[in-house]
Design a protein around this ligand. Structure first.
Ligand code: KIV
Length: 269
């Protein structure tokens, strides 16, 4: 009898090699059961700091802590076997210095076993990305609309509406690539700019609200499933689970109130 070979996780070089190839499928997940569902279909699972809003009811990603990211990262690692798990570095955990970033990224990597961290910012974060990658921590970059900076950006605004800003966005992407990142999330940018960024760098771009010009796509799972209330305009829903879940809860409440709830003799047969 032959023992089944253990499932191997997708690696950083495998994702990097997808430049210009079959588009990379990426989704967020924050819990073990959701990670298990995504694992069968996506190459990358991002434990995004969007969990602050999606799971914890925070108004933005600003209040998300390193401990929250580690806890959800551990759950997602337990629920998945094949996809590469990337964990967001939350606001305040990496901006101060490359040393601070290394200390916190090392905690994420050693306490979760994830494959990489993601952090936001272009040229301004290049030194930090180089510090991490040269010390063995794979980094996914994130440019364009960077949610941790929405206070300074004045809200969730599509980037690159003014063509004069394009060179700066492209330079940001190139700085992240040159610092050693293996892939780059490009969020909320106009299609021609997403195209320029994708052409300008040799690492795969993973778009969110950035058109099909990117080398892959990522969405917040709950948005895509129709489980979130308000979602950004660019989110294509592939399910409408919110109303169905609400109906199931209402049906349960009715069953309890009219005593049609099954007793133990029916449940444990
Ligand atoms: O936090 C998150 O979920 C993200 C994705 C939207 C890219 O950063």
């Amino acid at each position: 009898m032959s023992a089944q070979a253990p499932v191997k996780r997708i690696t950083v070089p495998q994702i990097a090699a997808r430049k210009g190839d079959t588009p990379i499928v990426a989704l967020t997940a924050y819990t073990a059961p959701m990670a298990a569902m995504v694992d069968a279909h996506a190459e990358v699972i991002l434990v995004g700091d969007s969990l602050g809003m999606v799971i914890h009811g925070l108004p933005s990603t600003i209040g998300v802590t390193l401990d929250m990211m580690i806890l959800h990262g551990q759950a997602v690692m337990r629920g998945s076997a094949r996809a590469m798990v990337v964990i967001d570095m939350p606001f305040g955990s990496y901006e101060e210095s490359p040393q601070q970033a290394f200390r916190n990224a090392a905690r994420i990597m050693s306490e979760t076993g994830a494959g990489a961290v993601k952090l936001e910012g272009g040229a301004r974060m290049a030194d930090t990305i180089a510090f991490l990658t040269s010390r063995g921590i794979p980094v996914m970059g994130h440019v364009g609309l960077t949610p941790q900076s929405t206070l300074t950006m004045g809200g969730f605004r599509t980037q690159g509406r003014d063509q004069a800003t394009w060179p700066a966005h492209v330079a940001d992407a190139q700085a992240v690539e040159q610092a050693g990142a293996f892939s780059l999330v490009v969020e909320g940018v106009m299609e021609p700019l997403a195209d320029q960024i994708t052409q300008a760098i040799a690492i795969p771009t993973i778009g969110i609200g950035a058109s099909a010009r990117c080398d892959g796509q990522i969405l917040v799972l709950d948005d895509m499933l129709g489980l979130s209330g308000r979602v950004p305009r660019f989110v294509q829903k592939f399910g409408d689970l919110g109303p169905r879940a609400e109906q199931a809860i209402a049906d349960y409440a009715c069953a309890v109130r009219d005593r049609s709830f099954p007793g133990p003799d029916q449940t444990y047969r």
